[in-house]
Design a protein. Structure first.
Length: 157
């Protein structure tokens, strides 16, 4: 990859946004178990939904349920996680985008134990941890006000 000083600012911003967008399959909510969907608590409406349990089955067959992350998507996610630490220290990257990226990776780091995809592939948690460790090495002059998120990253890692 080219040094960040050679790339125009909008290229690194676009690349980081694209890289964050590629993490979307990990962030999609997982499907709820059928029993949790059918019980609504109390009241007539809840009882009607329980009686019509067949609709939940049909809905699952129609593809309304969440889907598993494919191996190709995992490879794209891993490449995205490899690119992100190279873009974080870019001098003209906005502090808002950098903070958003760090917060997103922190969220992934915390939620990885509950992700089915992450249990199948050990490389995802390692890559997310690497992104956060590299973020800690960013100079204060490059990132502006980084002391807030740095303490959070240190407390989580």
């Amino acid at each position: 990859m080219y040094p960040s000083a050679i790339l125009p600012a909008e290229f690194s911003t676009r690349l980081l946004r694209l890289s964050l967008h590629k993490l979307a399959p990990l962030l999609e909510p997982s499907p709820l178990p059928a029993a949790a969907k059918l019980t609504n608590g109390g009241g007539k409406r809840g009882k009607k939904r329980v009686r019509g349990a067949e609709d939940g089955l049909v809905g699952g067959l129609e593809g309304r349920e969440g889907r598993a992350v494919s191996s190709d998507e995992i490879e794209v996610i891993l490449e995205s996680l490899e690119l992100t630490p190279l873009l974080h220290p870019t001098p003209l990257l906005s502090s808002e985008l950098l903070t958003f990226s760090i917060r997103l990776h922190l969220s992934l780091h915390v939620s990885i134990p509950s992700l089915e995809t992450a249990h199948n592939d050990w490389r995802i948690p390692v890559a997310v941890t690497h992104v956060l460790e590299e973020a800690l090495l960013i100079n204060e002059a490059q990132s502006g006000t980084s002391s807030g998120w740095k303490t959070v990253v240190l407390s989580v890692l």
